[in-house]
Design a protein around this ligand. Structure first.
Ligand SMILES: OC[C@H]1O[C@H](O[C@H]2O[C@H](CO)[C@@H](O)[C@H](O)[C@H]2O)[C@H](O)[C@@H](O)[C@@H]1O
Length: 757
């Protein structure tokens, strides 16, 4: 048994860098803050003398990603199977320390079947530098420590917390480091150099991201950092000029795909807030070019099985036949799963890689939403396997809602002023009208009162319910059935009411628990914002009554229109209560947070409040509570207002050395933890979390009430957690396990054996 020697032996790879210190004047940050660069966590645990596991044949070279170091090829595959780090993104974010050619020359002796772990480690140590070194922190000379929106927050503790969050921009501002800029002669890097300052999400996400920037700009506007919002847009414009589209993120391994196209929306947010219409001279032609890219590369004509009308709609669909470089080993293991009785063929593997990249383009990487088998319409889910991810055959309601509104925004820009152009107005209005009609025909189910994706394989609407249902209303498409009846309108939003009553945490992406990060229990900041905006867009004449009450003996689940969720009440995610038990899964006692007429921790009611405003108040408070309590549980404190938890309490989330995390995602059932699952551990920072928090602070400030956060020690005694990663608390979230490499190797051996036989 050759794999018996794979025993637990740790080794560390340390990359540290001297960083500039923060200088302050009257408490206002003026100097460039430090960036924590040591993110390389050595993967467990093989002896340095061990030879690498055998590898499957290399995928084809990808024309869109020609680097022989960082894109699909022998070097990337070899470094990945060596598993030097738990996160495959670490390697592709490391610039080389010499020319590409000399690195490739150094790789020649490594590229053999009996290469050892130690040889790969030495090769990487000698030829690569710290991840993210091509970027540097930037100062914010115009930073105002007291932006006016803070006055909207009535509660003193939450006002102070909002100011802390506002201050986090100073930690997330980056520019390209011109002194380490790689040119292929001195070094090579995956960074796409940007000419302007930008905001990164944080953690492993060291570069500018496309759709994250929408919520980042929402926050920057509250913080009056208009210049940074503008620079973010300038970077996107440069990218459209250079590539014809906006890539997923600012690295070359993202160049085969985009992300939900919110550039025109961001432009509109920025212009409305700043009145800087001069930007439109450059932006409008580039916005046109971006829309054309989506039309040329992502659109599909669909004839409705319901009305026989034909629409031009769009989907996420990426040309790709290799593992994603930033998730190389994850995709490699998915495609070469040793438990498969019949290994995938080369063309099946290529198709899977294309689907995985398309999932990343959707921004929802990954969700059971896109894993539904072609004809099942969303029912009978088995444990989802990324191998059956099926993004390209879904025409998604969120993407098309975004493109609808993008056309309307452009039409509005062309209606008057310097850019007045009646032909362009008509063209964009016509495009928007076609998309709107398609959305209402193909995605809207008037009996279930929800929007669903359209499945091209089954040529029918899916049944899978998700937070995507809120996107059309966010984009100002309100179906007649909703507009004409308060009962229907409440039915559309009834899952928000259900979540507020039944769960401790905030609104999830789906109600299916799969281990994928865009499924339950995770609740993502963009969706809280979108659901809130959808609620706020509802006319008050259909939303002014009180929140309906469930029939006696039943829970708020009974108020959800029949079939909307496609999940039985007793199959919903559980909510842990005292003594390590879940709350009742059915009946009135399932609503553990219900009060008479409203819900626990819902904040300050407003005069004559109808159900729309009550739900919005509740959701806004739930989101703010999640952000605040998870930050507090991981070491957050505010001088003279909020003392830090004790070390014993902080130890529950392994946060003794921490000062409070703003997590990238939260949980439906926990208000003091980050989310979990997916292919990387939960990240902190975090661009869109902060952006949504600042927007909520500004919009709902008078209704926000400081929560009583749970005591981590009391919680740990309930869940049995002792600071281990198993609790999903703090940084210690669960990771989807990848196929152990010993098993991949074993499968290869079995395959080889069969070939020989
Ligand atoms: O490395 C794995 C994937 O990570 C990114 O996706 C996640 O983070 C992004 C940044 O916050 C976010 O925009 C996305 O919605 C998240 O799922 C990246 O965008 C993927 O392309 C990448 O493969």
């Amino acid at each position: 048994m050759i794999f018996a020697k794979w025993t637990i032996v740790g080794y560390a790879i340390n990359v540290a860098r001297a960083v500039p210190q923060v200088s302050t004047t009257s408490g206002v940050l003026t100097g460039a803050p430090s960036i924590t660069l040591v993110t390389s966590v050595a993967s467990p645990t093989v002896p340095l003398t061990a030879t690498l596991p055998s590898q499957v044949p290399l995928p084809p070279v990808q024309a869109w990603c020609p680097s022989e170091i960082f894109c699909a090829g022998a070097l990337l595959q070899t470094v990945n199977v060596a598993e030097l780090w738990s996160d495959p993104k670490t390697f592709v974010d490391k610039p080389t320390n010499s020319s590409s050619q000399s690195v490739l020359t150094a790789f020649v002796p490594i590229n053999s079947t009996n290469t050892t772990e130690g040889a790969v480690l030495d090769f990487v140590d000698s030829n690569f530098r710290g991840e993210g070194l091509e970027l540097e922190a930037q100062a914010l000379p115009n930073f105002n420590a007291n932006p006016p929106f803070l006055n909207n927050v009535a509660d003193p503790l939450l006002r102070a917390f909002s100011q802390v969050v506002h201050g986090y921009w100073t930690q997330l501002i980056r520019g390209t480091n011109s002194s380490t800029l790689c040119d292929g002669k001195t070094c090579e890097s995956t960074i796409i150099p940007l000419n302007h300052t930008f905001v990164v999400p944080g953690g492993r996400f060291r570069e500018q991201y496309y759709w994250d920037s929408f919520w980042i700009i929402e926050g920057l506007i509250q913080s009056q950092l208009f210049d940074i919002a503008k620079e973010t847009l300038e970077n996107f414009m440069d990218e459209i000029e250079r590539f014809g589209f906006i890539p997923n993120g600012g690295r070359i391994y993202y160049l085969n795909r985009s992300q939900p196209p919110l550039f025109i929306w961001m432009l509109s947010t920025y212009v409305s807030a700043s009145n800087d219409t001069a930007i439109l001279d450059r932006a409008l032609p580039l916005a046109e070019r971006e829309l054309k890219w989506w039309r040329d590369n992502r659109s599909v004509n669909i004839t409705s099985p319901y009305t026989n009308k034909t629409y031009t709609l769009s989907r996420f669909s990426v040309t790709n036949s290799a593992p994603r470089p930033e998730s190389y080993l994850t995709d490699y293991n998915t495609a070469n799963d040793p438990t498969l009785s019949t290994p995938l063929t080369e063309s099946q593997r290529a198709e899977l890689y294309s689907e995985l990249a398309s999932g990343a383009e959707s921004g929802w990487d990954y969700s059971t939403r896109f894993i539904a088998l072609p004809v099942d319409g969303g029912t009978n889910y088995t444990a989802p396997a990324l191998r059956s991810v099926n993004v390209k055959n879904h025409v998604p309601v969120d993407l098309n809602s975004i493109l609808y509104k993008a056309n309307l925004i452009l039409a509005e820009f062309y209606r008057s002023g310097n850019h007045s152009n009646s032909t362009a107005v008509s063209q964009h209005e016509a495009a928007a009208a076609n998309i709107r009609a398609g959305i209402l025909d193909l995605f809207w189910d008037s009996s279930k009162l929800a929007f669903y994706d359209f499945n091209l394989t089954s040529n029918s609407r899916n049944n899978f319910f998700s937070a995507a249902t809120f996107y059309p209303l966010w984009a100002d498409i309100i179906p007649d059935e909703v507009l004409s009846s308060s009962t229907n309108a409440f039915g559309f939003f009834s899952t928000i009411n259900m979540v507020l009553r039944r769960y401790n945490g905030t609104y999830p992406t789906t109600f299916i628990e799969s281990g994928l990060q865009w499924d339950a229990p995770n609740a993502w900041p963009p969706h809280q914002y979108i659901a809130l905006q959808a609620l706020l867009g509802l006319p008050s004449n259909i939303s002014s009554g009180a929140i309906p009450q469930p029939p006696t003996g039943q829970s708020a689940y009974a108020l959800v229109p029949s079939g909307q969720l496609d999940v039985a009440e007793n199959a919903l995610p559980g909510q842990l209560i005292a003594n390590g038990r879940n709350a009742s899964s059915t009946g009135s006692s399932a609503d553990i947070n219900a009060l008479s007429g409203t819900f626990v921790n819902g904040g300050n009611t407003t005069a004559d409040e109808g159900w729309r405003d009550a739900l919005a108040r509740g959701l806004a408070n739930r989101y703010f509570t999640s952000a605040f309590c998870s930050w507090y549980a991981t070491g957050g404190s505010i001088p003279n207002l909020l003392p830090r938890l004790t070390n014993q309490q902080l130890n529950v989330s392994q946060s003794i050395n921490n000062t409070g995390n703003m997590f990238e995602k939260f949980s439906i059932r926990d208000i003091d933890s980050g989310g979990r699952g997916g292919e990387y551990t939960v990240q902190a920072g975090f661009g869109w979390t902060n952006g949504v928090a600042l927007w909520v602070a500004n919009t709902f400030g008078s209704q926000l009430v400081a929560p009583t956060c749970p005591d981590p020690l009391a919680e740990a005694s309930v869940t049995g957690s002792s600071g281990s990663t198993g609790s999903g608390k703090g940084n210690g979230a669960l990771q989807l396990s990848v196929a152990p490499r010993a098993l991949v190797g074993l499968a290869l051996l079995v395959g080889l054996h069969l070939m020989v036989v």
